[in-house]
Structures are given as structure tokens and as C-alpha cells.
Design a protein around this ligand. Structure first.
Ligand SMILES: [Zn+2]
Length: 344
């Protein structure tokens, strides 16, 4: 597929991306405490149930402000994805991508993500602790249909040899990702992975993959007052051919899996499940955000879809790319909404 080396083709779960085609939230609030990997600041994160139609919203409880979890509120992508409010330099929340990945991967449509500081706790560097919190709180199916965003035309952004591309995807109402990375460090090297994203495939294949860095880069960052909360407890650190963490890696391909996790989190800032195929090479937070801005810059690139394919009806669909042109949407019903309702 795509001529990528060492492609590990994981078909993943066969449930539809839209969670039963009804919106979902948490049954109850749940919280945890941890440090921010970049700020080193300790903060409390609380995931709260939210009303149907409200989406994912970050709440700075110490400032009393809400920040929509949307691509057009991304204010920085250098080291992590940072959300903010226009004209409020203090009203930011950093490192949103792992909790966003967990919420999206677990099919949560509506949630208030409350933080009492400027950065989401890094916890163990993966999305697994957030998945654990969601599962402990329980998932509530809401009496409102989920709607999703179907990709209608290929959209590509690139920088150097790095690129990310969204394509229409005919085979199933889902997001599938084909991801490849290439690092000089022999401990990472070249890795590729293809996966259809659904809650059990996300939990099984991606959630536990930790963020990673190179030892030399970590030292430089910390000398500049960054990555202050970073440690071998919350990141994989590599030095050439060596993984410095005493326990080694959690799984084969942990690096490309984490990049895919980041992409799930960043793309969740579209505000609704994406139905399409993402192909990415050496992508990062900046390209992921540019991709969403390019997607929503033209209404012809995408369409709202809603409807109800029972979960069982989509089982057994192969992971394959559709032919050119408009995606076949199964029983998702294509429906254009007024421009004012579009996520721009
Ligand atoms: Zn990450």
C-alpha cells in the first residue's frame, strides 16, 4: 500500500466511527492530577459530562474561561497543540492532543475538559490514562444523532518531504490512517502503520503508545526552560540505537503508533468524526492543523453526514481505499447544513 516500507496493515475494529450514530458523553465526572510535560506545572484535569451538541470544550477553571476544542482555536503547534482564545494571551491550554485522541478514539462527542492550569497533565505520556478515566466514568449514549464530516476532495499540505493528506474513503464510514515516520536514530528508523480508527482498535493499538524524544533534544529543550516536566516516566527517550527507558518499549512500532495517536487527537479538532482516509509521512502538530484549516477553507472539500448504520451492518468491511470521486457513504445521509453551522 502506497509503496511504504514495512507496512503493518491492521484492520482494527469494525465498528463504525460514529458511536452508534448517537452522540455520547461521560456518565459522571472524573479527575486526575499530574504535571505538564512542557511547563512542569502540576494541574488537576476533570472530565465532565456535557449536553448533546456542545462538543468538546476545554475549561480553564482557574480563569473561568471556556475554549472550544477546535482547529481554529489552535494558537501554537511547536512542541504540542495549544488551544487559546483570541485576544487572551493567558487563556491557553497546552498539550491537548492526547486527551483529545482518547475522547475521539473512544467516541465521546460531548465533554468539558476542565484544567486548573495552562497545560493538560502528561501522565504517562500516552492516551491510556485518559482512556482509563473515560472507562471508569462510563459512557452515556445521548438522545441525539451524531453527525460526521465526510471528505469529498483530496486535501494535502506539506513541508519539505513531510506531508499529510485527507482523501475520500469509500469503503466504510470511518477514519483510516496510513502513517509513516523516518528518524536517523536507529532506535526508531522507518516505521509505517495502517489502521482504521474505532474505539477498540484505538484502545488496543494506539492508546498506550508514549510520546518520545531524542536525548540530545530533551537536553536542549530543558536548557531553554522547556520540557520541564519531561522524564523517563512520561516519555520514551532514544539516543541513537538505544532506548534509555529501563523498561524499553511497550510495543513494536510504539513511535509510529504515537504519531498516529497525535494525528487522531489533532484531527479531532475538526469538531466531529471524520470519514475519510488520512495518509501522513513525518507529520506533526503544525501540519495536522494546517490540514484542517485547508480542509475547511472550501465548503466543496467536505460535507456533513448523519444517519444510522447499525454497528453490525458495517462489520467485515475491508480496509481499502475507494475509487476516485465522492465517497460512498453507506447509510450515512449526506446533508448540507447552513454555512453558519459549519465548523469554521
Ligand atoms: Zn503526542
Amino acid at each position: 500500500m502506497d509503496g511504504l516500507p514495512h507496512l503493518l496493515d491492521l484492520h482494527g475494529a469494525l465498528e463504525p466511527k460514529g458511536p452508534g450514530r448517537s452522540q455520547q458523553t461521560l456518565r459522571t465526572a472524573i479527575d486526575c492530577v499530574g504535571v505538564g510535560v512542557h511547563s512542569g506545572q502540576r494541574s488537576r484535569l476533570t472530565l465532565r459530562p456535557a449536553a448533546a451538541g456542545s462538543g468538546i470544550v476545554f475549561r480553564r477553571s482557574d480563569l473561568g474561561v471556556d475554549i472550544p476544542a477546535r482547529f481554529d482555536h489552535v494558537v501554537d503547534t511547536k512542541l504540542c497543540t495549544v488551544l487559546g482564545l483570541p485576544g487572551r494571551r493567558d487563556a491557553v491550554v497546552g498539550t491537548v492532543e492526547h486527551v483529545m485522541a482518547a475522547l475521539s478514539g473512544m467516541g465521546i462527542s460531548n465533554c468539558i475538559v476542565e484544567v486548573d492550569g495552562p497545560e493538560v497533565p502528561i501522565l504517562d505520556g500516552s492516551a491510556a490514562p485518559f482512556v482509563f478515566l473515560i472507562e471508569c466514568a462510563g459512557i452515556l449514549v445521548q438522545a441525539a444523532p451524531e453527525r460526521a464530516i465526510a471528505i469529498r476532495r483530496p486535501i494535502r499540505v506539506s513541508q519539505g518531504d513531510a506531508f499529510v493528506e485527507l482523501r475520500p474513503y469509500a469503503a466504510a464510514p470511518a477514519l483510516s490512517i496510513t502513517m509513516s515516520i523516518a528518524f536517523a536514530d536507529a532506535a526508531i528508523g522507518e516505521q509505517s502503520l495502517a489502521l482504521r480508527i474505532a474505539s477498540d482498535s484505538f484502545r488496543r493499538e494506539l492508546a498506550a503508545a508514549r510520546t518520545f524524544g531524542r536525548a540530545a533534544d530533551v537536553a536542549t529543550l530543558q536548557a531553554h526552560g522547556l520540557a520541564l516536566g519531561g522524564s523517563l516516566e512520561n516519555a520514551v527517550v532514544v539516543d541513537g540505537a538505544n532506548v534509555l527507558n529501563p523498561g524499553g518499549l511497550r510495543m513494536a512500532g510504539e513511535f509510529v503508533r504515537h504519531k498516529m495517536l497525535d494525528a487522531v487527537g489533532d484531527l479531532a479538532l475538526s469538531g466531529a468524526p471524520l470519514l475519510g482516509r488520512l495518509v501522513a509521512h513525518k507529520s506533526g502538530h503544525a501540519l495536522n492543523n494546517r490540514l484542517l484549516r485547508a480542509l475547511f477553507a472550501d465548503d466543496a472539500n467536505w460535507a456533513w453526514v448523519s444517519g444510522g448504520t447499525p454497528a453490525s451492518a458495517t462489520s467485515g468491511l475491508p480496509l481499502s481505499e475507494g475509487s476516485a470521486g465522492l465517497p460512498s457513504l453507506g447509510s450515512w445521509q449526506e446533508r448540507r447544513l447552513p454555512v453558519a453551522a459549519a465548523p469554521v
